[in-house]
Design a protein around this ligand. Structure first.
Ligand code: C5P
Length: 294
């Protein structure tokens, strides 16, 4: 039985994000379309006999018990009575607090990796409810590909896959706290009825099928609070993106390009302007499942 494994922890973007209303539990009721993309962190997980420890090569990520992967490991141990410990080392590539689900993905990857290393008997349902207790985006990473997220985002359903080979992810280099972004929503833009997401608009558009009327209700508040994010979006469009939108609660903005050359040129321009920028592509469920363990 292996005692060490490497797990890929993929990033996500949100093709759409509709905020419907504030719920009694303080969360917001969402309708979102999640998508896994090719950018990933790598978790090196080793089974130990002792405690759980986390280390990360990015100093901005906490390595104490507030780290989401650390919390995930603790919860899994409590839930299953596993007698082992673990050392988790995170190679961080996904911008921190950037709307790409990095922390949530790390938590899911830790759960998936540890369930295998510790060989604990944990059912799918139990695992997903454990994931949901760690964060609204965590259950999505048990599915991957293109998925609908409802509730606070934790209830996920498979959708027909969106294929997009030329994406550019761009981040201004500062963190935006999710709680602050939701807190800045001055008006709720959607009525208290579930809106029908225009799946029919997941129509072929060149070599990328994407929701053409895609929007993100959190974008307006982040763009207003951080003009640099608005500038990033404008730049993506002026560099040839057919479509550009903020992901999740920001501040990462993604652009959809119709060819690799334009995407790479935009990546270089963005980097020269001092931004973090990375070309990426969509990862469907099959590839997600096939490549999560290295
Ligand atoms: O679930 P998660 O811990 O990722 O959420 C972080 C914060 O984002 C919550 O504490 C809440 O303030 C806000 N949030 C929300 N509605 C959601 C998801 C998150 O208000 N559906």
């Amino acid at each position: 039985m292996a005692t060490e494994i490497k797990v890929r922890s993929y990033a996500k973007i949100n093709w759409t994000l509709d905020v419907l209303f504030k719920r009694e539990d303080g969360y917001h009721e969402l309708r979102t379309i999640y998508q896994t993309v090719s950018l990933y962190d790598r978790l090196h997980i080793a089974r130990t006999g002792g405690e759980i420890s986390v280390a990360c090569d990015d100093g901005r990520v906490p390595s104490d018990e507030t780290n989401l992967a650390h919390r995930a490991a603790n919860r899994l141990r409590e839930a299953t009575g596993a007698r082992y410990g673990a050392r988790i080392e995170i190679e961080k590539r996904i911008p921190v607090a950037g709307g790409l689900g990095g922390g949530s993905s790390n938590a899911a990857a830790a759960l998936i990796g540890l369930a295998r290393l510790w060989q604990v008997p944990v059912g799918d349902r139990e695992m997903v409810s454990l994931a949901a207790s760690l964060g609204s985006d965590v259950p999505f990473f048990f599915l991957g590909g293109t998925a609908l997220g409802i509730g606070r985002g934790e209830e996920v359903y498979r959708l027909e896959e969106v294929l997009c080979p030329h994406l550019l992810l761009a981040n201004p280099g500062f963190e935006v706290a999710t709680t602050d972004t939701y807190g800045r929503l001055s008006r709720l833009t959607r009525p208290e009825t579930a809106r029908i997401i225009p799946f029919t608009l997941l129509a072929a558009n060149g070599n990328c099928a994407l929701p053409l009327s895609a929007s993100n209700d959190l974008e307006e508040v982040v763009l207003a609070a951080y003009p640099k994010v608005a500038e990033l979006k404008r730049r993506l469009l002026s560099l040839g993106a057919q479509h550009a939108l903020m992901s999740g609660s920001g501040a990462t903005v993604f652009g959809v390009f119709d060819n690799l050359g334009a995407c790479e040129r935009a990546q270089n321009e963005m980097r020269q302007a001092g931004c973090w920028a990375e070309c990426a592509r969509t990862i469907n469920r099959q590839e997600y499942n096939d490549t999560i363990f290295e």
